[in-house]
Design a binder for this molecule. Structure first.
Ligand code: SF4
Length: 82
C-alpha cells in the first residue's frame, strides 16, 4: 500500500486529542487562550518545522490543526520545540 507522507494516521490524531484535552483540563484554572504574540511565536516555529504540513495547516507528529493548537495555553509541541 502506498503511504501519503502528508497524512497523519487516526491513532496519532486521537492520542493527541486526548493528550491536549487532558492538558486543558489540568490547567482549567488558568487562561485557556494565550496572547497573540505567543501564538505568533509558536506559529513561526511551526512554519519552519520539518513536520509542518503547510497546505493542511497540520502537524505531522500530532495531527493537530496549528491555527487552533498554537492558541491554546496548555498545548505543547510533541517534539518540544515550544
Ligand atoms: S507542533 Fe512542533 S512538531 Fe508540530 S509542526 Fe509545530 S513545531 Fe513542528
Amino acid at each position: 500500500m502506498m503511504e501519503d507522507s502528508d497524512t497523519v494516521d487516526w491513532k496519532t490524531q486521537l492520542r493527541s486529542l486526548v493528550q491536549t484535552s487532558n492538558d486543558i483540563i489540568r490547567n482549567v484554572d488558568k487562561a485557556i487562550l494565550i496572547k497573540g504574540d505567543v501564538k505568533l511565536h509558536r506559529q513561526k516555529i511551526c512554519d519552519s518545522c520539518e513536520f509542518y504540513i503547510q497546505k493542511q495547516d497540520k502537524c505531522k507528529k500530532c495531527g493537530c490543526i496549528m491555527k487552533v493548537k498554537t492558541k491554546l495555553y496548555s498545548a505543547r509541541c510533541p517534539v518540544g520545540k515550544w
